[in-house]
Each structure stands twice: as structure tokens, then as C-alpha cells.
Design a protein around this ligand. Structure first.
Ligand code: SAM
Length: 258
């Protein structure tokens, strides 16, 4: 799958593509990422991409025309017609990162991570945001990282790319890693359980702290039961709505619910 990222700051995203476990997905091309510098599509000596908002008010707004030119170049590079006919099916979806969008979740990431999907054109906003006329004409979906405001969409783009990359087969060291993580349907969408590693006794600020004995028992069935209980407990305490969802889907037994 291919993701084209339109941004004023490709240099913010570039290092991420070469770092950490997910770099395998990008280096191998399982998840192909093309960075597009929006300023290359702007006019004039100053390559201006923003202007003051009509109606007044603080800040600047990203102009529609450079975005549109860049978007058309991306489509041409993908072998698509530069303009999508009105009413035509979405060939490659265009996503704008925006606080007003659908909040990113495991379900949303899973949808974008399907290998048969074409990826997307990702637009990273800056300043006060993007001229609404470009959004109306070219954007199919808006995605948010949550109810807070970032200075730009690049961090959101990296979040989506990272989450998509780690779901690709063979990208994580351990084949099962992603299925053992929080929110994964393989573990009924629950939160993860606590993890421990060596030493068995850690000299913490309040004195020595042991690892739960069951984890040292070597008894795999008991460990699996303990981990399941810990997942249920963590989810009940922190995200009860996720437990309700698992319960309604029939994934939690009455005994576990108690
Ligand atoms: N004026 C906008 C508002 O109040 O909703 C905020 C603009 S923000 C300073 C600049 C850009 O950062 C946005 O266009 C968007 O691309 C990105 N951004 C900010 N917060 C975000 C969030 N929570 N999720 C995704 N992208 C975000």
C-alpha cells in the first residue's frame, strides 16, 4: 500500500521512516511512503502557501491552490486522472488530519492497514487550518488524534503510519506481538496486562519489589489465566466502556464479569 504525505515539513517525518521496528515496513515497501513538500507547489519567490483569513481573526490559513496542485501531482504520480469526476467512486482516499475528524482508534487503523487497500493521500495542516474549499473539493475523510490541538498534522500522520506499519505481517519481531496488544480483537479489545522483566526483585524507592509469583512458575495455563484477569481488571478500572463492549459481544463470561 502507498501513502503520500503532503506537508510543509517533510523533514519532520523522514527520520521516523528509518527508525525503530516499523522501518522494516517502510524499507521493504510493504508500506510505501512518499513525502511531498507543499512549498514546491507554491508560486513566487517566497513560495507562499498561506494567507490571512477572510473575515479577520488571528493566524494564517493554508491556501487551496498550492494544496490542489500538489494533490493533482500526487494523483498523476499514482497514474490517476488529476481530477476526480463528480460522483465517481473514491479511487485513492484523501485524508486531512484535523481536530474535527474521527478520532484514531484500533478499528480505524485496522481499516487503513488492509493490504488490499490503496493507502491514502494524507494532508498535514498547519496554521489555523486549510481553506475549506480545498477540503470540500478533495478531502474524503478527516482524522483526529484526540481532543487537543497540535501545531500541525505531521505528528498525526506519523501516528497513523506507525500504527498501520506495525500491523503488517512480519514487521514486528514476534509474529504475535500486535495481537497481544491493547484493543486487539484477538484479546477481545481489552487493555494490555502488566509486564515484568529481570531482575526478579527490584530495589525500588520504597524497598524491594517482587515480580508476581505466577509469572515465575513456568505454568503456562496459570500465567494465561492471570494475564486474562489482569486485562479484565485494567480495562474495568480504566476503560469500563471497552469491557462493556467485550461483554456485549459475548467475549466476557459471567464469572469474569464479576
Ligand atoms: N484552528 C484549528 C482548530 O481549532 O481546530 C487548529 C489548527 S492546528 C493549529 C493546525 C493543524 O494541525 C490542523 O490543520 C491539523 O492538520 C493539525 N492538527 C491539530 N490538532 C490535531 C489533532 N488533534 N488531530 C489531528 N490533527 C491535528
Amino acid at each position: 500500500m502507498r501513502f503520500d504525505v503532503i506537508t510543509l515539513f517533510p523533514e519532520l517525518i523522514e527520520p521516523y521512516l528509518h527508525t525503530g521496528v516499523t522501518r522494516r515496513a517502510f524499507a521493504s515497501g510493504i508500506v510505501q511512503v512518499c513525502l511531498w513538500a507543499l512549498r514546491d507547489f507554491a508560486d513566487g519567490h517566497y513560495r507562499r502557501v498561506d494567507d490571512r483569513p477572510f473575515g479577520g481573526g488571528p493566524g494564517m490559513v493554508m491556501m487551496a491552490e498550492p494544496l490542489y496542485r500538489c494533490w493533482q501531482a500526487v494523483r498523476a504520480d499514482r497514474g490517476l486522472p488529476p481530477v476526480r469526476a463528480a460522483g465517481a467512486d473514491v479511487d485513492v482516499p484523501t485524508v486531512l488530519f484535523s481536530p474535527a475528524g474521527t478520532v484514531l482508534s484500533h478499528a480505524v487503523v485496522t481499516r487503513w492497514a488492509q493490504p488490499q487497500r490503496p493507502g491514502a493521500i494524507l494532508i498535514c495542516g498547519r496554521y489555523e487550518g486549510v481553506d475549506q474549499r480545498f477540503i470540500d473539493a478533495c478531502v474524503d475523510e478527516e482524522i483526529s488524534l484526540g481532543d487537543f490541538v497540535l501545531s500541525g498534522g505531521e505528528i498525526a500522520a506519523v501516528a497513523l503510519l506507525d500504527a498501520v506499519a506495525r500491523l503488517q505481517p512480519g514487521v514486528l519481531g514476534d509474529a504475535d506481538s500486535a495481537t497481544q496488544d491493547s484493543f486487539h480483537p484477538a484479546l477481545d479489545g481489552l487493555l494490555d496486562c502488566p509486564h515484568y522483566t529481570r531482575p526478579e526483585v527490584w530495589q525500588g524507592p520504597a524497598g524491594p519489589v517482587d515480580v508476581p509469583a505466577v509469572l515465575l512458575s513456568g505454568h503456562h495455563a496459570h500465567i494465561a489465566v492471570w494475564r486474562r484477569q489482569q486485562r479484565l481488571l485494567a480495562t474495568a478500572r480504566r476503560r469500563p466502556e471497552l469491557l462493556d463492549r467485550a461483554w456485549q459481544a459475548g467475549h466476557v463470561t459471567p464469572a469474569e464479569q464479576r
